[in-house]
Write a protein that binds this ligand. Structure first.
Ligand SMILES: [Zn+2]
Length: 340
């Protein structure tokens, strides 16, 4: 959506209410430029999306914020020290590098990795302190395990954020709702057995990773299903979230279930994807549930379809965030933050 008409899905009858609480999303130019231009990964999606958001007349505002690199201590909450040390020291072997992909690695790939991790951590801290919704315009790196990377994922920002929430932000219960078309194997493995966290994955069964690691709740779909069956599974996932009553929701919002996606194997339409997002956002608003959005996968050909779907996502998240802050009356509690 590029026009300025406010969505009606949240029953917004106060569309002219002065907005003071933009949706904060973290972004750095290295999210795009830190990937070598010859890599097969469609790196331009980040830059294209930022331009689309800046150009759009949004019904609720979005504020871009620049991340700081994650610290080693943050990474160690979910990863082994040997793996962290060897990645940061440029000492992964060819097999490990091939498993991650995104090749060839540019000189700034390591810094890009730490900035994406830092963006997710800052988004988490923001909602823990202020409530509402925030997002990272990258991340959702759910295929990364404690001791190895895989499938375009070096470190697992979702698992690191879950651990930080539980161990540093005094959060008791974290739910991970992973709606990327690929199963969240790394997140499931890292958070397995953690009583403060549940992992839920809605994905295409016949897709990567082919050796899955069981989530607390896996909701697989067969190849080729469309909106109706997909959205039924999303509702199942939200019902599980409700039963757990989390204090924070970590939403992996990959749009690679789109019919246009080159890696997806599902047939979800753009409008179906938007309904999916609105189902999650309505749940968040109705329950006053702080939520971090991790961008996740999207590999449409042409990539414009992926960018459209992510524009829908952040547009609707901004509306939901504004609505949520109004409903919880947080204007007076909202902390001043730095402007970037
Ligand atoms: Zn994916």
């Amino acid at each position: 959506m590029r026009g300025g008409t406010p969505p009606s899905w949240l029953g917004d009858d106060e569309s002219h209410y002065p907005s003071k609480l933009p949706l904060s999303i973290w972004y750095h130019d290295l999210y795009t430029m830190g990937i070598d231009p010859s890599a097969r990964f469609p790196r331009d999606r980040y830059q294209l999306l930022k331009e689309r958001i800046k150009d759009a007349q949004l019904p609720s505002p979005i504020e871009f914020r620049e991340p700081r690199p994650a610290s080693v201590d943050d990474l160690l909450r979910a990863h082994g020290s040997d793996y962290v040390d060897r990645f940061l020291g440029g000492r992964l072997d060819d097999r490990e590098i091939n498993r991650i992909g995104l090749k060839p690695w540019s000189d700034s790939f390591g810094r890009r990795t730490l900035l994406i991790m830092g963006g997710s951590i800052s988004a988490l801290e923001h909602v823990c302190q202020n409530g509402g919704i925030s997002g990272n315009m990258a991340g959702g790196t759910h295929h990364s395990h404690a001791d190895f990377g895989s499938g375009y994922c070096v470190f697992n920002d979702i698992a690191v954020c879950a651990k930080i929430a539980l161990e540093r932000e005094f959060i008791d219960r974290v739910a991970v709702l992973d709606l990327d078309v690929h199963q969240g194997d790394g997140t499931a493995a890292i958070l397995r057995g953690n009583p403060g966290a549940i992992t839920i994955s809605v994905h295409c069964e016949a897709n990567f990773p082919f050796r899955k690691v069981a989530s607390d709740f896996d909701l697989p779909l067969p190849t080729g299903v469309g909106d109706s069956e997909y959205l039924d599974k999303v509702q199942e996932g939200l019902d599980i979230v409700s039963g757990f009553s989390p204090d924070v929701l970590l939403f992996q919002a990959g749009v690679d279930a789109l019919a246009s996606d080159a890696l997806g194997k599902l047939e979800v339409t753009r409008s179906g994807m938007r309904i999916r997002n609105q189902m999650v956002l309505s749940h968040v608003v109705d329950n006053g549930l702080p939520c971090v959005i991790f961008m996740g996968g999207g590999y449409s050909d042409p990539i414009e379809h992926t960018v459209d779907a992510f524009l829908d996502l952040f547009t609707d998240a901004a509306v939901a965030n504004e609505r949520m802050h109004r409903m919880i009356g947080s204007e007076g509690q909202h902390r001043e933050h730095e402007v970037v």
